[in-house]
Design a protein. Sequence first.
Length: 149
Amino acid sequence: MIKAKDIMTKDVITVRRETTVMELATLFSKSRISSAPVVSDAGELLGMVSETDLVEQDKSLHIPTVVSIFDWVIYLESDKRFEKELQKMTAQTVGEIFTEQLFSVSPEAPVSEVADIMSREKVHAVPVVEAGRVIGIIGRIDLIRTMIG
């Protein structure tokens, strides 16, 4: 059985919360990657940041629909969603736009588990973590390579 450690990329490009959005965009462009693990100074996985997080900075701002009745203002949509959307659009650092990673795999995980996570969570990369530290990453292309190799 093929395991995560057999197909993972070992030279993982990671970023920190303090990495600027401009540095991230340059990194994605030059490295030709679409996502990167966000790690602490100790190398512990905090989350993931992707091209989607960057693209959200350029989208149009959707103002929530409100209804005013007498002196009350009633939001017809979530004002928390609007606040989060606005925060991402004005972000200057990775710490303001990244998604907290709630899933990863161990080096011993079967490749089928990685495929299940990618399919279920709709992500393009899954970090490989050992003792809390990122030691590799598996992208969709790595899974495809197992089909032909």
